[in-house]
Design a protein around this ligand. Sequence first.
Ligand SMILES: Nc1nc2c(ncn2[C@@H]2O[C@H](COP(=O)(O)OP(=O)(O)OP(=O)(O)O)[C@@H](O)[C@H]2O)c(=O)[nH]1
Ligand SMILES: [Mg+2]
Length: 250
Amino acid sequence: MSVAAAIPVYNELASIGGVLQAVSPHVDRIIVIDDGSTDGCGSLAAEAGAEVLSHERNQGKGVGLRTALTWAKARPDISELVLIDGDGQHDPADIPRMLGELRREKLDILVGSRFLGQNNAPLYRLFGLHVLTASTRLGSGIALTDSQSGFRVLSRHAIEQLELREGAFAVESEMQFEAALKGLQVSETPITIRYAGAARRSPVAHGVSVLIRTILLTARRRPQRLPLLIATPFLAVRIGRTRPARIGER
Ligand SMILES: Nc1nc2c(ncn2[C@@H]2O[C@H](COP(=O)(O)OP(=O)(O)OP(=O)(O)O)[C@@H](O)[C@H]2O)c(=O)[nH]1
Ligand SMILES: [Mg+2]
């Protein structure tokens, strides 16, 4: 049995080397899904010893995670799959604790929540993240505090059960819908996340597109819950009120 980490990347030359170095002590193998990067980060990852799966052109984070899942499904010796972003915002030192928790609690998906741990998320982003978390929670029926987290651990059972179709950033929400439909055991644990520098894409356009996809996911997968989405703004405000510590506040 071996633990693998899958890192989806799109133009992460500045950070991928450091991420690989920090992740490698905690897992048996690492795959990097290079989604048509033009900055050479895939080659750098391969030189650093990662297995690199390359898409010829950029197709989106969801497609990257689907490639990772297909890869893991075909390798029955992989007991757990750690999903972690390649931009260096997550702390790989959290991996052993997350794996321990997944095993101890017999979970299928353990999501790292920035809203249970410390974060320095810019305030203007917080409300958007709470709206996406609220709509995903109401639509899927699974209550998490950070539906958009890219840092999570999957059990072998989850690897085999999850069938994802989202191509872009709604893929993390889709996992919550899939987990509900397949009866997977889902929980969350605090993680630290660091924001450095400006957002690379418009947070508003990004948030609106994920929200629309979440509404469509609800309509397609759990239509009986669609009317509940009207409560999204109220739940988002409630989630925002139970604000955890921000980096530097303790
Ligand atoms: N496969 C793939 N991965 C992507 C794509 N866009 C981003 N990623 C990766 O997905 C992870 C998360 O992407 P980010 O752009 O950091 O998204 P985010 O964390 O929601 O946004 P920020 O708060 O601005 O960091 C990173 O490892 C990216 O390299 C893409 O088009 N395809
Ligand atoms: Mg990021």
